[in-house]
Structures are given as structure tokens and as C-alpha cells.
Design a protein around this ligand. Sequence first.
Ligand code: TYM
Length: 338
Amino acid sequence: MDTAIQTAPRKKRALSCIQPTGIPTLGNYLGAMRNWVNMQDDFECAFAVADLHAITVRQDAAQFRRQIYEMFSLLLAIGLDPEKSLLFVQSQVPAHSEMAWLLACHTQFGELSRMTQFKDKSANHADNINLGLFAYPSLMASDILLYQPDYVPVGADQKQHVELTRDIAERFNNIHGKVFTVPEPYIMKSGARVRSLQDPTKKMSKSDENQNAYISLKDDPDAIRRKFKRAVTDSEARVYYGEGKDGVNNLMEIYSSVTGKTMEEIESEFEGRGYGDFKAAVAEAVIDVLRPIQQRFDQLMKDKGYLERMMKQGAERASAVSRRTLDKALKKMGFVLV
Ligand code: TYM
């Protein structure tokens, strides 16, 4: 009998985070969060509420605290399992801020100036273009590199930040010796860029001033029906995927993403039917996907004790993992550890 021990190949690692700046949109969910749930069995995963990132714009303390609980609940409600994946709140793991300083000293001014998120946010908050907003990608690189992931599952808008993280990791490894795994962005084709329902040239964003532009994961069925009904389309009244049909393309992508149907299947389903029918079908499909998440979310928000126990467990585990990487980086740089 063959007694050789068969060791299973190490599972690849994945890490991602989301800011607790309001209830996530359908864009966050289809572009990122839903993929995290699907990755849990095949990857060793870590997911965090990136609360330190949220203070780059002003937050009201009471509302901010509630949003942190809400986002943590939502991670559980969508199906992330704390027994399978590492789930934690960023600010409860001190290594993130410490590593951010080390990495800030390996990030160039020019690189940060080219970040589109920085350019957009400084245009939207012209009265508060703070150092944190500028240095945001160094903190994001810390979130990632501390956990040595192979992949970072994000929506398309975060690709630039993950690419900068790769550059920072390579630079650090070249100067000091290998500390970091150089991760790759992991972007799904379907749902990677869900667009605004009111202006489909823009991404769907929870900070949009026009509430009709986005579906929030907490929207009730009536709100969802109303928002899809008002979604911008075109005057052609024919459902097909094509150039100059940004609004319809976006609705088709959403429908495809929640039902698994291909564009061709959707086109034949709505052949000879107008936009009214189509929009109603998209709304019902989205309502069906969100209903169980909303029910679980409401239950979880009633049990703060459970949420805090899960946060504490996550913070302890994440602190142990991240401390190892931080110590390794400090040692390589010549710091004295006692
Ligand atoms: P955030 O909080 O803005 O968004 C969370 C995730 O949702 C994705 N997303 C979208 N995907 C498709 N269509 C959309 N309209 C849409 N809007 C948002 C984002 O790409 C993201 O994956 N900087 C990050 C948070 C962060 C992070 C990290 C991510 C902090 N540290 C480390 C990965 C790894 C952010 O602001 O995401």
C-alpha cells in the first residue's frame, strides 16, 4: 500500500474589502460581493469592512458607527461564512495603519496623482482634499499585502488601485527582499461595471445624489420597481445589446447577471415586447435575489451581541495573520523588534 502522505495543493488566497459608506448598491453586489460568496469554497478568503478608508470624507460619528454594523451584517447576510472565511473590521486590526506608513514611504507622489478615484473624489469634495484621500492607495495596498493574497476580487473601478498595489509590492520586494506576494486583480465579466440607471455613462454609486440612479440592497420591492421603471433607455423600444444603447445594455447586463441568461436569450425573450415589460422583468428578478438577503440582514441587525462576537473573533484572527507579515517587513527594513 502506498503510504506516502498526499498533501493537497495549497488553496489560492483571495482578499477584498468594502467601505461602510452607506448601504451598498446592486453594483457593489453584482460587481464584487456576490463573487466573494462564490469564492469561499475554492479559495482561502479574507473580507473586511474598510472603515478607515471611509474617513477620507467627513462622516457623522453616530451614523458612521451604525454603517459599520450594517456593512458587517450585510457581509454575513449575503452568505459570507465566518467559519470558512476571515471576516473583520479594518480599524480593529492595528497592523493596517502601521503597514500603511511603511508602504506610503514606497509610493510615489506621481503615482498617487494619477489615481482616477483621487481625481474624482477631490473634485466632489473640493473643500476637503486631505492627505488621507491622497494616500488612500497606500492603505489599500496594506489591506491587501498583509494577507499575502493571490487574487483581489473587485469591480472594474478598483483595478487601478490593485495595479498600484502590485507596483508597490514589487518595489518593496526588490529593495528589501521578498516579503509580499504580488496579487492580481480578479474581475468577473458579468456585473463588473453596473451603471447608473439615470446616466448609464457613469458607474452606479451609493454616493450619487439622485436616488433613482441606484438600487440599494435595502430598497423594498416598490422602490426597486419604481427605479427600474424610471431607468433611462432610448426611443427605439427594442431590447437588444448594441452601440448607442447604454441604458438598455446596462439593464440587460443586470438581468443577465441575476438570472444567468445570455444576451441572446434575453433578446429572444423580449422580442416584440416593449421596454415596460422588460423593465418589470428586470425589477422582479432583482427583487427575488435581494429578498433573502434583506430578511437575514434585518435579523442580524437585531443581534448586536452576535455581531460584536463575530467582529472580535475576526479581529483576533486577522491580527495574528497580519502581524506576521508586518514583523517580516519591519525586520527586512532594519527595524529593531523586541
Ligand atoms: P467600494 O467600497 O467603493 O466598493 C466595494 C466593491 O464594489 C465594487 N463596485 C462596483 N462593481 C461594479 N459596478 C459598480 N457600479 C460598482 N461600484 C462599486 C468595487 O469595485 C469594489 O470591489 N477602495 C475600495 C475598498 C477597499 C479595498 C481594499 C478593496 C479598501 N481596501 C482592499 C479591495 C482590497 C473601495 O472603495 O470599494
